[in-house]
Design a protein around this ligand. Structure first.
Ligand SMILES: O=C(O)c1ccccc1NCC(=O)[C@H](O)[C@H](O)COP(=O)(O)O
Length: 265
């Protein structure tokens, strides 16, 4: 699935680069805004990163009759530390305008959740109001990952580096000095099964890298989270952030679901 997404992403980005110049992105009002620190927000709040997600390859349509303003404002009022907004259209039904709208109506950090493969997307993330971008180790060579991380830093964006498996820890080592968050994605992208134990297995190894790098990034668990007890177990292990999409979005009132979840933490 990841291969299929990335193949499509290369075509999408090539087309966009023909239509939109980096110079024009630099002229957008959000491009020069002061970003809000995701890392600080995670450390000082509930740790919940609430995701705006209409559909996904694993679940199909989750909720496609949703209003981005109502839901993201609802998440923020519910006590989410940060928002994650999916901007991929083909596989997740998102739009870059979802991010721009969410930015216009919220004052908490926002992750542009997309498959970043080219610096153009980082300029676009900044121009559309993101505070943080996602780098997925499984789809980037170490060289590309470093290049994109450096570009993000140059634009004052924070970085969430996502891993799925132990083999990707090497990549964490390579750019540990640059990242603001390391996330373990519990979803196996071949089988789509989610296993929270993946987070548990990798936590101590990530901590070791963190100590070695002397960079105090936050550690996040992503995907398949739906039980308060699971989040409490992950918190006890040492995880600081929890990325949750489907559990809130499948609810008739995602903001209410988010509020009730955070109240129980
Ligand atoms: O969600 C998917 O099906 C998916 C498939 C292929 C690549 C990425 C995918 N999800 C992206 C995410 O990381 C999740 O949206 C995020 O962690 C929230 O997960 P969940 O709470 O399970 O909706």
């Amino acid at each position: 699935m990841l291969e299929k997404i990335i193949l499509h992403k290369h075509k999408e980005v090539a087309l966009l680069k023909k239509e939109i110049s980096i110079e024009s992105l630099k002229q957008k009002p959000f491009f020069n805004r002061k970003t809000i620190s995701f890392k600080n927000a995670i450390r000082n709040g509930s740790g919940i990163i609430a995701e705006f997600k209409r559909k996904s390859p694993s679940k199909g349509i989750i909720n496609d009759s949703v209003d981005v303003i109502e839901i993201t404002q609802g998440y923020a009022s519910a006590g989410a530390s940060a928002l994650s907004v999916l901007t991929d259209t083909e596989f997740f039904g998102g739009q870059i305008s979802d991010l721009e709208i969410a930015r216009s109506y919220n004052e908490i950090p926002i992750l542009r959740k997309d498959f970043m493969i080219d610096e153009f997307q980082i300029y676009r993330a900044k121009a559309s109001g993101a505070d943080l971008i996602l780098l997925i180790a499984a789809v980037l060579s170490p060289k590309k990952c470093l290049e994109l991380a450096q570009k993000a830093k140059e634009l004052n964006l924070e970085i969430l580096l996502e891993i799925h498996a132990e083999e990707e820890l090497e990549q964490v080592k390579e750019i540990a000095h640059l990242v603001d968050a390391v996330g373990v994605n519990n979803r196996n992208l071949k089988t789509f099964t989610v296993d929270i134990e993946e987070s548990m297995r990798l936590f101590d190894k990530i901590q070791k890298i963190k100590q070695g790098s002397k960079n105090d990034f936050v550690v996040i668990s992503e995907s398949g989270l739906s039980e308060v007890e699971t989040v409490l177990k992950l918190k006890e292990k040492g995880f600081q952030g929890f990325l949750m999409g489907e559990h809130f979005m499948k609810h008739q009132n995602p903001a209410k679901a988010c509020k009730e979840f955070i109240e129980k933490l």
